[in-house]
Design a protein. Structure first.
Length: 289
């Protein structure tokens, strides 16, 4: 099982120096994966990233969320087309980097909604994800549909909803992406959603209830790690958190980072890696009991 770190633990911008810092610090800490926040796939310097990875190899995954202008669930077809183009560009970037995972809120705008989605909005998004999945499959890339809380999506807030959504998309390389931070808000417990997903769980974010140090909040990590073991999960597990000590001001506002629970990236990341490894190992030892 490969353990990773979200790039925003290390850098607020992913120009070539920011990308290199995230790569080198992830490697030095001992992570297997760096998750790239591919917020602007058009502006990302692919050639520089390839050069950096040639000197400092690490597995890359990427995540993104859609904006108002690229909302594939919009009833404005121009925005839907823009969102599809953005996802296709992200697939091309990841193919160039040898990545196998594009995850996140790919299916709609990341924001708080005041009403439920319409049937038309859902259909538009499903059609786009289906099309992008076909393109991604040509490069061996899996799309992870992230389950997020009610303040960030009006469509997919639980594992059950995600499973229904990927059933509609009906592509083998579209999987569920669970995140403990969001699960802690929306799910009844941390075990059942994982068990429901089974082999359709393809990507995991580990984050504390308040986005701080793992183990200092209310997430039931022992139950979650036991659930992963119960389905023999062997996909990526990526630590995710945010702080204005690293994340730039505009992105901090979008992510609602109103207070900082950490300011030392190295200490935070080392703690997270040890916490995840220890949690997984503890579950392994149950077989000895």
């Amino acid at each position: 099982m490969m353990i990773g770190c979200h790039g925003l633990v290390w850098a607020g911008d992913f120009d070539p120096p920011g990308f290199e810092r995230a790569v080198t610090r992830s490697r030095a800490t001992g992570f297997d994966i760096l998750e790239l926040p591919l917020l602007d796939p058009y502006g990302f310097d692919v050639d520089a990233a390839i050069e950096t990875l040639g000197r400092h190899p690490i597995t890359i995954t990427a995540s993104l969320g859609q904006s108002r202008e690229t909302d594939v669930t919009s009833e404005d077809l121009e925005r839907v087309r823009a969102g599809e183009a953005k996802l296709n560009r992200a697939v091309d970037v990841l193919a160039a980097l040898g990545s196998r995972h594009l995850v996140g809120v790919l299916f709609g705008e990341l924001r708080k909604y005041s009403e439920p989605p319409t049937a038309r909005a859902r259909a538009n998004g499903v059609a786009v994800i289906r099309s992008v999945a076909d393109r991604a499959a040509e490069h061996g890339i899996t799309l992870g549909i992230e389950v997020v809380n009610r303040y960030e999506s009006n469509m997919i807030n639980t594992a059950t909803q995600a499973l229904r959504y990927i059933d509609e998309v009906d592509r083998p390389n579209v999987v569920v992406h669970l995140d403990t931070y969001h699960m802690n808000i929306e799910e009844s417990d941390m075990y059942r959603p994982v068990a429901l997903c089974g082999d359709r769980l393809g990507y995991v974010h580990v984050g504390e209830s308040h986005r701080g140090y793992l183990g200092s909040g209310t997430v039931d990590f022992p139950g979650f790690f036991r659930a992963l073991d119960s389905i023999s999960y062997d996909g990526p597990i990526v630590f995710e958190t945010f702080s204005t000590a690293v994340v730039n001001e505009n992105l901090s506002r979008m992510l609602a980072v109103w207070r900082n629970l950490w300011d030392d990236s190295d200490d935070l990341a080392q703690h997270a890696l040890g916490f995840i490894r220890n949690g997984l190992r503890a579950v392994e030892t149950i077989a000895l009991h």
